[in-house]
Design a protein around this ligand. Structure first.
Ligand SMILES: *[C@@H]1O[C@H](CO)[C@@H](O)[C@H](O)[C@H]1NC(C)=O
Ligand SMILES: *[C@@H]1O[C@H](CO)[C@@H](O)[C@H](O)[C@H]1NC(C)=O
Ligand SMILES: *[C@@H]1O[C@H](CO)[C@@H](O)[C@H](O)[C@H]1NC(C)=O
Ligand SMILES: *[C@@H]1O[C@H](CO)[C@@H](O)[C@H](O)[C@H]1NC(C)=O
Ligand SMILES: *[C@@H]1O[C@H](CO)[C@@H](O)[C@H](O)[C@H]1NC(C)=O
Ligand SMILES: *[C@@H]1O[C@H](CO)[C@@H](O)[C@H](O)[C@H]1NC(C)=O
Ligand SMILES: *[C@@H]1O[C@H](CO)[C@@H](O)[C@H](O)[C@H]1NC(C)=O
Ligand SMILES: *[C@@H]1O[C@H](CO)[C@@H](O)[C@H](O)[C@H]1NC(C)=O
Length: 568
């Protein structure tokens, strides 16, 4: 009896524990999980690791692949598009600031990872299918199989009989030979529920149905995720009675433009979605980071339509996999600060990107630091058009990944002719960027700050700074303001605040698909000819590159220190 009672007590206690565990087992996490410009996310789960790809448009290297074990902390492991020889001439032929690599899909099938994407603006065959068996090795990504994609946003889906289908904007479907790029006839699947631009399709097969999930409404305030399903992949598709399945349109939410989603299961079988969202709501105009990647739990019961948790800054849902940074590769974690000293022989950090493929030798790590050869055009110069010199901008930067941050870098630069300049920039596109540089203005070494067409201010450099490394810095007193300053690298007490500018000028406009990059540039401001500055033009050298996230806003009024964001 006593034995029985204690057993019963133990059993009850165990049951209570299970109950308690179940009711407390749901996790909380903060969005965005991939802060900074990371639009159009697509993710898969494989054996305990999540792999995601996001859009990069004209920037290079493109199509970054991130890996995560816990869904909230992501390591950059490679770029599917990482060398000019994969798409010879494509980058230089691209005129538009927002052309290039559009939304990609990542999938895994029988030992091979695939990233499929449409390249816009090269004037050549636009569909690209990259393959690898080792996504941790950048160089292992194949040259792409090219295919005639009429529309953007290709999906990749293997049916049980091995047939491979590509759905694209429209929404249309074609079979594809993944070795040759040959496409079958076009089948129209679905026009969506009436929103503009039905696009970003993904097809899933589950419980005897083909489930078609798309984005519609345009990638702005009206953006939404809608679904339809069919018994046959070619249709007819029955729209979901629950459309839109996920959106923040017409709400007062801080996270707006929610859409362009993908779906996957974790190792425990729980469903999740990733989508893009913009921290701008409800009626804001400052969103320099553009479209970022958010995560939300999904409940998808057998034979039923999936139920998505709405996207907020502070989320709760399925238990997350345990926190882990046990992921191979030397790429940085998206949430980590940059502390780059460019030791000789090191490679250029993989989270730094260019605007188009850089010219040979444009940026190199040398004994004197990060060497940047002066470009003939300044960053705003010749934004595309037919001018081939457009490719001669010398710029390298990293994503702004935090609502507020500090960035500083030490510049060593000895110009020998008027107009030679090197500095730092917050850069959205060639038509929208803010610069602080050291320039030889006439015979006077000066600081040049340019935030708008009208504001192009040159002030003499203190005489005692001449020949010394100069620390150039950007801080953010609030999420809507960049402040640019300069000091002697050896003595920060010499700091001069040169100017401030609103983040609104780097929000939308010429860069509504992209997001702000923070980095360095160098230029001879049009001297020389063709693509080249005069032959005796000195290089600029950058050292002690520091980017430190300060805060992440999760609503209009609440922020979390970056150091505490999604940490346990
Ligand atoms: C708690 O969760 C476990 C595993 O997820 C499940 O087997 C069990 O039935 C759940 N218990 C309750 C009381 O919901
Ligand atoms: C899955 O992960 C386990 C443990 O890390 C490993 O032993 C196994 O080889 C992996 N399987 C595949 C298919 O990668
Ligand atoms: C989509 O709309 C077009 C134009 O109205 C129509 O011709 C087509 O049949 C529609 N497609 C589907 C799959 O409903
Ligand atoms: C699906 O539809 C196509 C086109 O109508 C047809 O040829 C095919 O037999 C159908 N498949 C099934 C499994 O019903
Ligand atoms: C998120 O919400 C939970 C309650 O669900 C709360 O305990 C937590 O403090 C919130 N986190 C932040 C950063 O506001
Ligand atoms: C746990 O999260 C799932 C997914 O969002 C949700 O359906 C469920 O109601 C949550 N459970 C509790 C106890 O909050
Ligand atoms: C100054 O910045 C504005 C806005 O980015 C740009 O349009 C203009 O060309 C720049 N001027 C110079 C001289 O850099
Ligand atoms: C603006 O800056 C450029 C250097 O990039 C210089 O050539 C030009 O004279 C400046 N314009 C004004 C009005 O200061």
């Amino acid at each position: 009896m006593r034995f029985l009672r204690s057993t019963l007590t133990a059993l009850l206690a165990a049951a209570a524990t299970t109950l308690a565990q179940n009711s407390t087992q749901n996790s909380t996490f903060l969005n965005p999980v991939l802060p900074g410009w990371h639009s159009d996310p697509s993710c898969i789960h494989l054996n305990g690791t999540f792999f995601c790809v996001t859009s990069t448009f004209i920037s290079f290297p493109g199509l970054p692949v991130y890996a995560s074990k816990d869904l909230v902390d992501y390591k950059l492991i490679s770029h599917a598009w990482n060398r000019e020889s994969q798409l010879p001439g494509y980058s230089y032929a691209t005129k538009g600031q927002q052309e290039g690599m559009y939304a990609a899909t990542i999938r895994y099938h029988e030992g091979v990872f695939y990233v499929i994407c449409e390249y816009l603006g090269s004037g050549q065959l636009a569909g690209t299918l990259f393959k690898t068996t080792d996504p941790f090795d950048e160089k292992a990504w194949s040259d792409p199989v090219l295919f005639p994609a009429g529309k953007i946003d290709p999906d990749l889906f293997w049916d049980d009989d091995g047939t491979v289908y590509v759905a694209t904007q429209g929404i249309i479907l074609q079979t594809m030979n993944i070795d040759t790029g040959e496409m079958g006839p076009i089948v129209e699947l679905w026009n969506g529920t009436g929103g503009v631009w039905p696009e970003g399709p993904h097809i899933f097969k589950k419980d005897g149905y083909y489930w078609l999930m798309i984005a519609e409404g345009g990638t702005s305030w009206d953006h939404a995720v809608t679904m339809a399903r069919a018994k046959n992949i070619t249709g007819p598709y029955e729209p979901s009675p629950h459309n839109p399945h996920l959106t923040n349109r017409g709400t007062q939410e801080y996270f707006q433009t929610v859409g362009h989603a993908d779906l996957f299961q974790d190792a425990a079988g729980q469903w999740w979605t990733v989508a893009l969202a913009t921290r701008v709501g409800p009626f804001g105009s400052s969103y320099p980071m553009g479209r970022e990647t958010v995560l939300a739990p999904v409940t998808w019961n057998k034979g039923e339509w999936p139920v998505f948790e709405p996207v907020r800054g502070n989320m709760s849902g399925w238990p997350l996999p345990p926190r882990s940074r046990d992921i191979p590769g030397d790429g940085p974690w998206n949430s980590d600060p940059d502390e780059y000293d460019f030791p000789e022989g090191s490679s250029i950090p993989s989270n730094l990107v260019y605007w188009r493929v850089p010219r040979d030798g444009a940026v190199e790590v040398t004994a004197e630091g990060l060497q940047v050869a002066l470009g003939r055009n300044n960053v705003p110069g010749s934004p595309g058009g037919s001018d081939p010199a457009a490719k001669a901008i010398s710029f390298i930067g990293r994503r702004q990944t935090d609502s507020t941050f500090d960035f500083s870098v030490d510049l060593s630069f000895t110009p020998n002719a008027a107009g030679q300049e090197a500095g730092i920039t917050t850069f959205l596109t060639q038509a929208a960027n803010i610069q602080l540089g050291v320039i030889l203005s006439g015979e006077q070494l000066s600081l040049r700050f340019n935030a708008t067409e009208a504001q192009n201010k040159t002030t003499p450099l203190p005489a005692e700074w001449s020949g010394e490394p100069i620390r150039l810095q950007i801080t953010m007193p609030s999420p809507t303001k960049y402040t640019f300053s300069a000091s002697l690298a050896s003595d920060e007490s010499t700091k001069i605040e040169v100017g401030s500018a609103s983040t609104v000028q780097l929000s939308g406009g010429s860069g509504s698909f992209v997001g702000t990059l923070v980095g360095v540039y160098a230029t001879c401001n049009g001297a020389g000819s063709g693509l080249d500055c005069p032959e005796d033009t000195p290089n600029a050298y950058f050292n002690r590159w520091r980017y430190t996230g300060i805060s992440q806003y999760i609503s209009q009024t609440e922020s979390v220190p970056t150091a505490d964001f999604n940490t346990v």
